[in-house]
Design a protein around this ligand. Sequence first.
Ligand code: ZN
Length: 414
Amino acid sequence: MTQPYTATTQSHNPSMLSRKFGQEIVNYFSGSPLNRVSFLRSNTAFLRAALPRSKFLLLRDLEPLAASKTTLAWVGYETVRALVGNPFNAEEEEFLREYDSRVEIPTLVFLGVNEGDEDRGEERFEFEGEGEKYAGRPCFALDVTGEGRSLKEECGKVQEEAVKGAEGREFRKVRLDLGLAPPDAAILAQARSLLDWNNRNQFCAACGARTVSINAGTKRVCPPTDKAFQKNLQDPPFERPPCISRKGIHNIAFPRTDPTVIMAIVNSIGDKILLGRQRRWPKDFYSTLAGFCEPAESVEDAVRRETWEESGVRVGRVVIHSTQPWPYPANLMMGAIGEAFPDGEGIVLKHDPELEDAQWVELGQVRSALEGNTGTPDSKAEGAVEGQLRLPPSTAIAHQLLLAVVNGFHLAKP
Ligand SMILES: [Zn+2]
C-alpha cells in the first residue's frame, strides 16, 4: 500500500502571513525541485551549452521512464544524442529560416535546472549570463513515442538503450500516476503537460499549416517559410500563405493551463460538508464538487455557480485554501472552502446532469473515511469496506480540502 501523502507545508517562518493564515499547503504535483529559469528558454547560448550536460526524462505515449514505483529514471545526453542532436546550435531566427515541414523534429522541452542535483558525480553545470551565474543539473523532457512517426526507428533505439542494464526500469503504464515521490511527481506534471500540449498543437489554429516548437518546447509558431516547397537550393525560401498568427507580436501559441475550481462547501452551522458522486464513479465513492472556471469569472464566482448548478446549494463567502496542478492534461485546481447560506442548503440535482447524487455529510463521517477508506475512483483502496463512504486519496486536493474542514479551517480561531 502506498503511504498517504502529507501535503507538506512550506515553512517560511518567521512570517507575518503564516501567523495570520497558517502554513502554506503544498499539494501533490506542486513544489517542484527545479528552478524553471523561464527567461533562459530563449537563450540559445545557454541551451546549447546546457544540452550535453543535461539529464533527460523520457516519455512514451506520455508514460515516463521510471526506475521504480516511486522514482523517475533519467538518462544522459549520450543516450539521446543520435535522436536530438543539438537543435540549439542555430539561433531561433536561423532555425525558423531553415524550417522544412518534411523533417520531423523530436519534442524536447527544457524543464529547468536542478540546483541541488549532484547525483551524476560530475561537476555542476554553470552558466554565466547577464552578470548572473546559474548552476545545477539542467533537465529536459523528451518524447520518444515511436508509433506512427517517421522517427520510429530512432525513438525505438533510445527506448532500448534507456532500459538496457538497468534492473526494474520501465515506462510506467499508469494513467493516473499518484505513486511517485512528491518531487518526482511535480517534475512529471510539468513534463507531461508540456509534451501533451506540443502533441495537440501540431497545426496552426489560424491557418491550419504545420507549427514548430521554439523556446525549448514552450512556444509554438507558424513558420513564414517552408523548404519542403523550395524547388532549388539557390531559390529564395518558399513563402507560406499569409497567416494572421504572424502579424504583430502574435506569432506564438503558448501552453494552456485550464483553471478549475474545486470546493469543500460547509453548511451554515459548520457541522456538515457537501459531497457529490458522478455517474461513472462506484456507488460508495464521493468527492467535493468541482468544475471549470469560465471566461471572465472569478474563482469565488465559479465556486458559487458550479455548486448551485450541480447541487442547487447556494454559497455565500468563499475562501481560497490552496491550489494543485493536475496534469491530465493541464488543469490548475483552485481549492476553496465555501459556506452555504442558511436558507440555501436544499439539494436540487435537476439543473446539471453531472452528479448522480449529492449529500450533506457529518464531519465525523468524513473524518473516518479520510482516515480509513480512500482511493481513486478506478482503483479500489486496500481494505475498502463495501457500503461505506469512500473519498479521494491524500494526493488529491479534494482530500486536503476535506481534511482542512474536519480540522476546523472554517471555525473562528479561539
Ligand atoms: Zn498559421
